[in-house]
Write a protein that binds this ligand. Structure first.
Ligand code: GAR
Length: 218
């Protein structure tokens, strides 16, 4: 079976990139990371990719006249590597509509909140300031908006009144590292169909469940 070729965009630490590379190495996804791009030359994600023998490119926005030109340069690299799916993994810039159109339904993102709540930057801090009792993370297809595209998978974790941005972020991150590779696996297996705002997952077991925070028996 041919493997899905992944291009990953990072701006920083790259722990989600690492979880994707690790899942690919373990054979859990029919996919492999073939190229990693960053807008930030100091992104540690670049080091992680290089350690794994994966080609990396720094594509700096300041080297281009506008966002369309910058994104077009990234798109050219991704096409050169015959990437089938583009994964944003802590890529902290909004993509140009021209880029989204060029790779329609072939770009996914992970966001550290339960969308559509708390899009944009510092999703975890926004959720804490709001006083939510649960939060989590979301993998979604990328459309022209900010964190607005069709949702593939979400994970829910509790939020506690004495959480800090750091403690909640760490709790959420553990699940980011689980749901991102899972979403890629479903995509690679051809099991995701986008119909309007909805993503239909082939074989979805429709298992019913609920969590409360706090638990009802405390
Ligand atoms: C992750 O928590 C990711 O969800 C978030 O940035 C972090 C990157 O960590 N992304 C966003 O906030 C996008 N709006 P990583 O570089 O270790 O994967």
């Amino acid at each position: 079976m041919e493997q899905l070729r992944l291009g990953v965009l990072v701006s920083g630490r790259g722990s989600n990139l690492q979880s994707i590379m690790d899942a690919c190495d373990r054979g859990e996804t029919k996919a492999k990371v073939v190229v990693v791009l960053s807008d930030n030359p100091d992104a540690y994600g670049l080091v992680r990719a290089q350690n794994a023998g994966i080609d990396t490119y720094v594509v700096k926005p300041s080297d281009y006249p506008d966002r369309d030109a910058h994104n077009a340069a990234m798109g050219d690299i991704l096409e050169r590597y015959q990437v089938g799916l583009i994964c944003l993994a802590g890529y902290m810039r909004v993509l140009a509509p021209s880029f989204v159109e060029r790779f329609r339904h072939r770009i996914i993102n992970i966001h550290p909140a339960l969308l559509p709540s708390f899009p944009g930057l510092h999703g975890q801090e926004q959720a804490l300031n709001y006083g939510v009792k649960v939060s989590g993370c979301t993998v979604h297809f990328v459309d022209e908006g900010v964190d607005t595209g069709p949702i593939v998978i979400q994970a829910v974790v509790p939020a506690f009144h004495d959480d800090t941005e750091e403690t909640l972020s760490a709790r959420i991150l553990k699940y980011e590292h689980k749901i991102y590779p899972a979403a890629i696996r479903l995509y690679a297996e051809g099991r995701l169909k986008v119909e309007g705002r909805k993503v239909i997952i082939e074989g979805d077991p429709h298992k019913e469940w609920a969590v409360t925070n706090p638990p009802l028996d405390f």
